[in-house]
Design a protein around this ligand. Sequence first.
Ligand SMILES: Cc1ncc(C[n+]2csc(CCOP(=O)(O)OP(=O)(O)O)c2C)c(N)n1
Ligand SMILES: [Mg+2]
Length: 306
Amino acid sequence: MMKKEKVEKIYSLMLLIRRTEEKLLELFSRGLLNGTVHTCIGQEACAVGVMEVIDKEIDIIFSNHRAHGHFLAYSEDVYGLLAEVIGKKSGLCGGIGGSQHLHKKNFYTNGIQGGMVPIALGAAKAEKFKGSNAIVIVFLGDGTMGQGVVYESLNIASLWSLPLLFILEDNHYAQTTPKKLAHAGSFCQRAKAFDIQTEHIKVDDVLKLINVADNAVRYVRENKKPFFLHMETYRFSPHSKGDDYRNAEEIAKFKLEDPLIKLEKELSKEKVKEISENIDNMLLSILNSINNDNEMSLEELLILNN
Ligand SMILES: Cc1ncc(C[n+]2csc(CCOP(=O)(O)OP(=O)(O)O)c2C)c(N)n1
Ligand SMILES: [Mg+2]
């Protein structure tokens, strides 16, 4: 693929994630969602960068409570996601899983911090046992580095030489707790203590991230060994909805380094407008069709939720 086409594709996916999540926050504030949502606004590059370099036919992805971006970058199934979070039968998991329990093909998630890490380890063991060429990818947050099971998993992944890529999506906070109040030392050093190779990247340029993620994925596939990739990112949205105690100046400073805006500069104004309008129209038509399906309408749900 030419660089220009690649930039358009990556930008479209990142914008799709951002617009979808902005829509979800709006629907939540109108009482139209079934359950909670955690958005990854600001972190889209992490999801898109990794999904760009995996083998979607065979690789297995484990996400966490902040899963929409990973899911959309993996599947682009906007209808399935929105219908699920709205609580419709036509949703990915029949509308009963909600935002934190998404599953499609080789994509799995749940909301228990660290809960998916040993499951990913088991999947990696199964792939090794089968002798397949698949690798397993697990996304975890900085706060989740406080869960003991992560270290048990790092240990066994290294000891048994399993094809497991740990992706630490470090957005500096666990809910509202800054990482510097919770974690001593360096995250990569922790993985290195288990004899696992590591890489650290500050996520300000998605194209750079794609190269780093590609190397990590190749390393795991070729060596059948774990790898620990520490991505330093930032979320612009609150942890969930209104629960934000972060310093406004800090958020503003990170917004200046928004990877989406950085990528946008590589495209013409006309192209950006076209991509943006296409996404907005698509979201509108998906929401209309969700609204018009045979189940309860959004407005009926609103009445029910009140
Ligand atoms: C075992 C467990 N404890 C507490 C929670 C509540 N909880 C949900 S997300 C979260 C913070 C997670 O922080 P981090 O791992 O940094 O991920 P981020 O939210 O920043 O993406 C907490 C405490 C949970 N889901 N599971
Ligand atoms: Mg975090």
